[in-house]
Design a protein around this ligand. Structure first.
Ligand code: ADP
Ligand code: TRP
Length: 315
């Protein structure tokens, strides 16, 4: 019997403050299952260089994302928490994978097209972004990647690159699968659009009570229906339809009251994590990343050595 655990990885860019869409779409699905897998949780700091040019902010974001990982309850002795830039194997394998795929193929990536449409500079890093992500995943022989719906295509791109590599050089890289939960694949923001750091429509995961209250009160409501759908959709992340039914019935048409109840429910959910987060020191973060980097390199080195040998680089 094969008792080996399957391998899990996800990563978030250190491009800003995490919002509850990141939590429910990617982090909670990871948290719910990570102890059953060989788990890896990465800070994609080189990915965020495609959109962020402020060194102080990038530096602070990296520390903050790791604090967020620890505060939500990821145990660093049960998952390898590491930073992409601490392991140069990512750069090397991403180059190799870039050489497997074509420019027209990369040009079709939704995330590239969306970001350029939003006015981001079409730098070459943004363009080859999916192959760095493919390297992040394949270096660790990953089976499952919990992500939000917007990452589905990146996983397809990863499999495409893996297929091309393996067809040329033999079965070296593993093709991963995405894990996207139906109920939280797209968490809506306060305007009903997909919640995103770049749309300014997010509820920060670690915002202060005041800040969150203010944002919740500004949720866009449609005056035509009985139920404020944008309020309800966010509420459903915290409570079941059965639990919400009497609350929404009792406060029918009273949107302000429903928003206050949502703000209070968000506070009960966030407060314990916020308290935990306040106690995490920068030194602790550095130590977690130091240990994580060592473990990550040990694993990725094996894959990269095989890949180098396969392509004829090793003498
Ligand atoms: P953002 O769009 O806010 O910049 P990222 O691209 O850094 O977020 O996403 C990090 C992770 O969070 C990814 O797995 C992504 O799919 C997930 N995610 C982001 N926004 C949402 C959302 N609104 N609903 C569900 N998952 C999301
Ligand atoms: N592209 C992902 C995002 O924007 C972040 C990411 C980078 C990632 N490398 C990854 C996610 C590897 C999962 C696996 O959200």
């Amino acid at each position: 019997m094969n008792t080996e655990k399957k391998r899990l990885l996800t990563g978030l860019q250190s491009s800003g403050t995490l919002h509850i869409g990141n939590y429910f779409g990617a982090l909670k699905p990871f948290l719910d299952i990570y102890e059953q897998y060989e788990s890896h949780l990465m800070v994609a700091d080189y990915h965020s260089l495609t959109s962020l040019r402020d060194p102080k902010q990038l530096h602070d974001n990296i520390i903050n994302v790791v604090k967020d990982y620890l505060a939500i309850g990821v145990d660093p002795t049960k998952a390898i928490i590491f930073r992409q830039s601490d392991n140069q194997d990512h750069m090397e394998l991403s180059w190799i994978l870039n050489c497997m795929v074509t420019v027209p193929f990369l040009m079709q990536a939704h995330s590239y097209k969306d970001k350029v449409a939003k006015g981001l500079e079409p730098n070459a890093g943004l363009f080859t972004y999916p192959m760095l992500q493919a390297a992040d995943i394949t270096l660790y022989d990953i089976d499952v990647v919990p992500v939000g719906e917007d990452q589905r295509q990146h996983l397809e791109y990863t499999r495409e690159a893996v297929g091309k590599f393996n067809r040329a050089y033999g079965e070296i890289l593993k093709a991963p699968k995405e894990m996207i939960l139906d109920s939280v694949g797209v968490v809506p923001g306060i305007d009903g659009q997909k919640m995103s750091k770049s749309y300014g429509n997010g509820i920060p995961l670690f915002g202060s009570q005041k800040e969150i209250e203010k944002i919740v009160m500004s949720i866009v409501t449609d005056s035509s229906g009985e139920r404020p759908e944008n309020v309800y959709a966010i509420h459903r992340l915290l409570k079941s339809a059965e639990e919400l039914e009497p609350i929404y019935e009792q406060h029918k048409g009273r949107y302000g009251d429903l928003k206050k109840i949502l703000a209070a429910d968000l506070e009960s959910f966030i407060a314990p994590m916020r308290e935990k987060r306040e106690k995490i020191t920068n030194e602790e973060v550095q130590e977690v990343l130091r240990v994580g980097a060592e473990k990550a390199k040990t694993i990725s080195g094996v894959t990269l050595t095989k890949a180098r040998k396969a392509i004829g680089i090793t003498l």
